[in-house]
Design a protein around this ligand. Structure first.
Ligand code: PMP
Ligand code: GLN
Length: 386
C-alpha cells in the first residue's frame, strides 16, 4: 500500500483507547479492574425487565424514530424539569443518541468548522480529543491542576481568540471528580455570552455528586440558546452497555446535532429506549440511594488508597478517584499502570493519556469505586503490598 499511513492524519497517534487496553490487561491477568468505569452490579431489576419485555413484545425491535421514541424524549424533558426546572420541548428540543459518546461526536461534528478552537478542561475525557480532531478543529486545554483541580477562569479568558467557537465543559469531571460551583459556572456563562461562544456540557455524572449538588449551565442567564447539554443512562442507571444517551438544547441546535447524528448511527438501542424512559421516572429514593452507596464506596476506596501510600484527591462527584503515586516513589503513571497487574493484581488508568501538557498528569492514576465493597476491600489489600 506504499508509504502513506492507512490511518488518516487527524486520528494519527490515537491508537487503542486506554480503557480497551487496560480492561484487556485485567482479563488477561485476572486482575481486579478498577480501570474502566463500569459497575459490577447491574441497575434496577424492574428496568432490566422493562427492556426484556420490550424485546419480547416487539417494542423497538425495528428502527425507532430518528430523534428517539416519543416516550423517552418526554421522559428526558420531564427529568430536566424535575431536577433542574429546565423546560424542553420533547419533540423539538430533545435528541436520543447512542450513548453520550455519540452525542459528543455528533455535537462537535455538527457545530465546528475546520480550524475552530475548542477550549476544554484538561485532563480531557478521551473521546473529546478524537472528535475535535475528526471535526478538523483545534483543542485548547485549560489545565485543572492538583491538588484542587479547579479551573483558573482568568486563564480561561486568556485562552479566547477570534477563532474560539465553543467551550466543552464536563461537570462532574472525569477523571478528577471536580464539580463546578454555581460561581464558577456563572463566570463561565458570562464569558460565553461576552464572546458569543457555544457551550457543550457533558453531564453524564449528574446524579453522582456527593455533597455539593449538580448545577447545569443551561439554567444560567443567556445560556439556554447557546448550550448543548449531554447526558446518558449508563452511569445513572448502571447499564453502561445499553448506550442510551441524549442531548437537550434549543431546536436550532438540536436540528444541527441531529443532522450529524443521523449519519453516524441513524438510530440505536430501540428496546432499551423504552426501559430508560421508565428509569428516568424512578422515584427520588432511587437517585438518593445510588448517591449514598457510591459516597460510601468513595470513602472506602479513598481510605484504602491513603493507607496504601497514595496521595488521594477526594472527588466531589463521579465514581473515580485520582491519586498521585509520587509518595510511593513512583514517577510515571503509564509505566505504573502497565506493571500494576503483575505487581499486585489490580488495574487502574494513567491520567497522563488525558493530557496535552504531559507534565501536569504524569504521576496521576485513576481508580474507580463503582464495584462491590468486597472487591474494593480486596483491591485495597493488594495495593497495600506495594
Ligand atoms: N463522557 C464522560 C465524561 C464519560 O466518562 C463517559 C464514559 N461513560 C462518556 C461521556 C460516555 O458515555 P456513554 O457510555 O453514555 O457513551
Ligand atoms: N467512561 C468510562 C471511563 O471513563 C469508559 C468508557 C469507555 O470505555 N469508552 O472509565
Amino acid at each position: 500500500m506504499g508509504a502513506r499511513p492507512l490511518l488518516n492524519r487527524r486520528l494519527a497517534g490515537m491508537g487503542t483507547t486506554i480503557f480497551a487496553e487496560m480492561s484487556a490487561l485485567a482479563v488477561a491477568t485476572g486482575s481486579i479492574n478498577l480501570g474502566q468505569g463500569f459497575p459490577d452490579t447491574d441497575g434496577p431489576a424492574e428496568i432490566a425487565q422493562a427492556a426484556a419485555d420490550a424485546v419480547l413484545n416487539g417494542r423497538g425491535n425495528q428502527y425507532p424514530p430518528g430523534p428517539g421514541i416519543p416516550e423517552l424524549r418526554t421522559a428526558i424533558a420531564e427529568h430536566q424539569q424535575r431536577f433542574y426546572g429546565l423546560g424542553y420541548d420533547a419533540d423539538t428540543e430533545v435528541l436520543v443518541t447512542a450513548g453520550a459518546t455519540e452525542a459528543i461526536a455528533a455535537s462537535l461534528l455538527a457545530l465546528l468548522e475546520p480550524g475552530d478552537e475548542v477550549i476544554a478542561f484538561e485532563p480531557f475525557y478521551d473521546s473529546y480529543a478524537a472528535c475535535i480532531a475528526m471535526a478538523g478543529a483545534v483543542r485548547v486545554p485549560l489545565t485543572l491542576r492538583q491538588p484542587a483541580f479547579r479551573p483558573d477562569l482568568d486563564e480561561l479568558r486568556s485562552l479566547i481568540t477570534p477563532r474560539t467557537r465553543l467551550l466543552l465543559l464536563n461537570t462532574p469531571h472525569n477523571p478528577t471528580g471536580t464539580v463546578l460551583t454555581p460561581e464558577e459556572l456563572a463566570t463561565i456563562a458570562e464569558i460565553a455570552v461576552e464572546h458569543d461562544l457555544l457551550v457543550i456540557t457533558d453531564e453524564v455524572y449528574e446524579h453522582l455528586v456527593f455533597a455539593t449538588g449538580h448545577h447545569p449551565i443551561a439554567a444560567l442567564p443567556g445560556m439556554r440558546g447557546r448550550t448543548v447539554s449531554i447526558s446518558s443512562a449508563g452511569k445513572t442507571f448502571s447499564f453502561t452497555g445499553w448506550k442510551v444517551g441524549w442531548v437537550t438544547a434549543n431546536s436550532a441546535l438540536i436540528a444541527a446535532v441531529r443532522t450529524a447524528k443521523q449519519y453516524l448511527t441513524y438510530v440505536s438501542a430501540g428496546p432499551f429506549q423504552y426501559a430508560v424512559a421508565e428509569a428516568l421516572r424512578l422515584p427520588d429514593s432511587y437517585f438518593d440511594t445510588l448517591r449514598a452507596n457510591l459516597g460510601r464506596k468513595r470513602d472506602l476506596l479513598a481510605d484504602g488508597l491513603s493507607a496504601a501510600g497514595f496521595q488521594v484527591f477526594a472527588p466531589e462527584g463521579t465514581y473515580f478517584i485520582t491519586t498521585d503515586i509520587t509518595p510511593l516513589g513512583e514517577k510515571d503513571g503509564l509505566e505504573f499502570c502497565r506493571a500494576l497487574p503483575e505487581r499486585c493484581g489490580v488495574v487502574a488508568i494513567p491520567n497522563i493519556v488525558f493530557y496535552d501538557n504531559s507534565d501536569a498528569g504524569r504521576s496521576l492514576v485513576r481508580f474507580t469505586f463503582c464495584k462491590k465493597d468486597a472487591v474494593l476491600a480486596e483491591a485495597v489489600t493488594r495495593l497495600q503490598q506495594l
